[in-house]
Design a protein around this ligand. Sequence first.
Ligand SMILES: NC(=O)C1=CN([C@@H]2O[C@H](COP(=O)(O)OP(=O)(O)OC[C@H]3O[C@@H](n4cnc5c(N)ncnc54)[C@H](O)[C@@H]3O)[C@@H](O)[C@H]2O)C=CC1
Ligand SMILES: O=C(O)C1=NCCCC1
Length: 294
Amino acid sequence: MPGYLDNGSFGALGCKLVTVAPNNANLEQPLPTINAHIMLFDDATGVLKAVISGTEITQWRTAAASAVATKHLKPSRKFEILAILGAGAQGRIHAIAFQHFFKQVRIWNRNRPRAERLVSELNQSSDSQEFKSFGCNRECVEGADVIVTATFAKEAIVQLEWLKEGAHVNGESRAIKVQDGVRVICAEKFKTAFTSRGYNSESFPVGAGLTHHSELSESIYLRGEVYVDHRTGAEVELAGLKELGVEFKGEIGSLIAGDLSPPPSNRITVFQSLGMAVEDCAMARLVYDLYKTA
Ligand SMILES: NC(=O)C1=CN([C@@H]2O[C@H](COP(=O)(O)OP(=O)(O)OC[C@H]3O[C@@H](n4cnc5c(N)ncnc54)[C@H](O)[C@@H]3O)[C@@H](O)[C@H]2O)C=CC1
Ligand SMILES: O=C(O)C1=NCCCC1
């Protein structure tokens, strides 16, 4: 993921190499599923300045993007309940990053003991928020003001009728379109890019028919106000949603810049996060600057 930013006073040029190995959680000594390294270059000369571990940066910048999206899509709402589906790396960091804006943080995982372990860790480090584990995704979501989905689920784990009026959803996993029969052997980004171009090889045995894979039900995308981090990326990576007739209302950056107004507060909103290299570059530069001044 190569990225570059320059606002006149702060520049960053970098490239993140990232792998996704969903089985890592099942190893005897579990490892993160998503591992990354960021090469940071001098943005004026192009000279390599540092190679920085990008695993935690990926977790924090993704949660930060969701927090910023939530703030700008729901500027006037008072939140009480946050529901997080998925107790992995993203679920954990979202809980830590969001906790102070909520009275209760609910966490569901398909394997409940994992949610219970996370809840126990979080309750020990907090004196004001209540963290609660759930065995049922519907119960976890019903009544929540904000929902975060951070799993690898290929079927909907959130339904429209479970959402309360004005709820906001941060969807971390891509709502991808694949052809039935695709063997998952590589990162979603490449898989989508290959199959959407009709490529077919031994590594990609492609069957008939199109399937829409997403953590959120189609009706949430169709009835909600859907915002993305990057429209050009979304047009390609979320082609399945476009084909369903889903309209992307805009980028979160346009809301921050004041080029767009937030939707009425009683509307259901969705931030469909893709992840942007520029987020990694900005954070790598901040980490590098802190390291140099420490
Ligand atoms: N938008 C963005 O910028 C980013 C998005 N992500 C996405 O966030 C999601 C979570 O990533 P991590 O927390 O790093 O992974 P992780 O492996 O640490 O956690 C994944 C969680 O999902 C659960 N899970 C796995 N398969 C499932 C299924 N079929 N149904 C229900 N639950 C299932 C696991 O039990 C686990 O708790 C992934 O979809 C990943 O692609 C990750 C990084 C950046
Ligand atoms: O934005 C990222 O970084 C990632 N997004 C999806 C999963 C891999 C990492």
